[in-house]
Design a protein around this ligand. Structure first.
Ligand code: NAD
Ligand code: IPM
Ligand code: MN
Length: 356
């Protein structure tokens, strides 16, 4: 039998990025070795803030062309003091998400038993959501202007761009998932204040919904949704949100489901015309970088999403099972989870616990 090799471009990036990504690679290699029918090759690209300070660019001019040849991208984190965030993130992370039309950002918000939760009286089964965040346009379109800069007449304009195609496809993706998983679907909006973009969003949510009479839906204003995520998280199952609302609510989601150290994400190009990108949702955490304190489980969870995307659902489930076991039995956890393990110890334990 020929072995399927998945070619992965690794952008470890800045701060804790390289620390956590090393552990993500460990689990992927382990899964491949145990399975025997598939393998991984990892090609590392030294792109990020240090690269920027040396070259004036976050990645080479033909960076996307280089990445396009891979089956997936595994990214640690981007951003570090010394390079303005709006440059580092736009020229690397957002450039890849946009350039490769990774229009779906899947972010699980699941409280596993043993993970710390700041909410009183909330049980693990009460926090079990999947966020489907629009990832290609909306508030992140990068459209706008800075007029009369540095004068008293200064004006800045940041446009939200909501195309019919872009809005329909993300909402449809969410409906499909809700149908497949037999779950409810909640749309996040702000139609009471954003009188073009969010009125349009609500309209499309209804229009597309006509094709999914079997899916029970809710529509919530984003402020109320933030409140309910804290007060009554079990209302939410599948959630669909615009780029910015999805960004903000998934950090809130991380906070109620164990913290940034557990929050995973997949940037998907569902048509597979370009590589998808897997990354924890946290940043480069300059406050703990280089100390072995970073929790690699978010990255390992993202690795599980990658395994699923490649069709290795059984291994994806097994990796999630390992994370659950480590939390439940308090095995080799990092300080943010109340343990004393280093990043490397936590990641090695995860790899060891992954069995056939
Ligand atoms: P952050 O996610 O890096 O850190 C927020 C807090 O969470 C910090 O206290 C940090 O120590 C903690 N934390 C984050 N990840 C952790 C982990 N794996 N284990 C344990 N603790 C963890 O957010 P920030 O401080 O707002 O941003 C830092 C930099 O990262 C900025 O440059 C920002 O723009 C960038 N950023 C990048 C990404 C990305 O690459 N996807 C995401 C968010 C922020
Ligand atoms: C995330 C991050 C990014 C985003 C930033 C760093 C541009 O916060 O992946 O959640 O807002 O998408
Ligand atoms: Mn974010």
């Amino acid at each position: 039998m020929t072995m399927k090799k998945h070619r992965i471009a690794v952008i470890a990036g800045d701060g804790i990025g390289p620390e956590v990504i090393a552990e993500g690679e460990k689990i992927l290699k382990r899964a491949a070795r145990l399975d025997g029918t598939f393998g991984f090759s990892f090609t590392h690209f030294p792109w990020g803030c240090e690269y920027y300070l040396k070259t004036g660019r976050m990645m080479p001019e033909d960076g996307l062309k280089t990445l396009a040849k891979f089956d997936a991208i595994f990214l640690g984190a981007v951003g570090f003091p010394g390079v303005p965030d709006h440059i580092s993130l736009r020229e690397l992370l957002l450039e890849i998400r946009h350039g490769f039309d990774e229009y779906v950002n899947v972010r699980p918000v699941k409280l596993l038993p043993g993970a710390p939760c700041p909410l009183v009286g909330v049980r693990p089964e009460d926090v079990d959501m999947t966020f489907i965040r629009e990832n290609s346009e909306g508030e992140y379109a990068g459209s706008g202007a800075w007029l009369y800069k540095d004068t008293p007449e200064e004006v800045v304009i940041q446009n939200g761009v909501f195309s019919r195609k872009g809005t329909e496809r993300i909402i449809r993706y969410a409906y499909e998932l809700a149908r497949k998983e037999k779950k409810t679907l909640t749309s996040i909006s702000k139609g009471n204040a954003l009188n073009y973009s969010m009125v349009f969003w609500d309209q499309i949510f209804k229009e597309v919904g006509a094709e999914y009479p079997d899916v029970k839906t809710y529509s919530l204003l984003v402020d109320a949704a933030a409140m309910f995520m804290v007060k009554d998280p079990k209302r939410f199952q599948i959630v669909v949100a615009s780029n910015l609302f999805g960004d903000i609510l998934t950090d809130l989601g991380a906070a109620i489901s164990g913290g940034m150290g557990l929050a995973a994400g997949a940037n998907l190009n569902p048509k597979r015309t370009f590589p998808s990108m897997f990354e924890p949702i946290h940043g480069s955490a300059p406050d703990i970088a280089g100390k072995g304190l970073a929790n690699p489980l978010a990255t390992i969870w993202s690795a599980a999403q990658m395994l699923e995307f490649f069709g290795h659902k059984r291994w994806s489930d097994k990796v999630l099972g390992v994370i659950a076991k480590m939390l439940r039995e308090k095995l080799s956890l990092t300080p943010d989870m109340g343990g004393t393990a280093t990043t490397g110890e936590c990641g090695s334990a995860a790899a060891r616990l992954l069995v056939k």
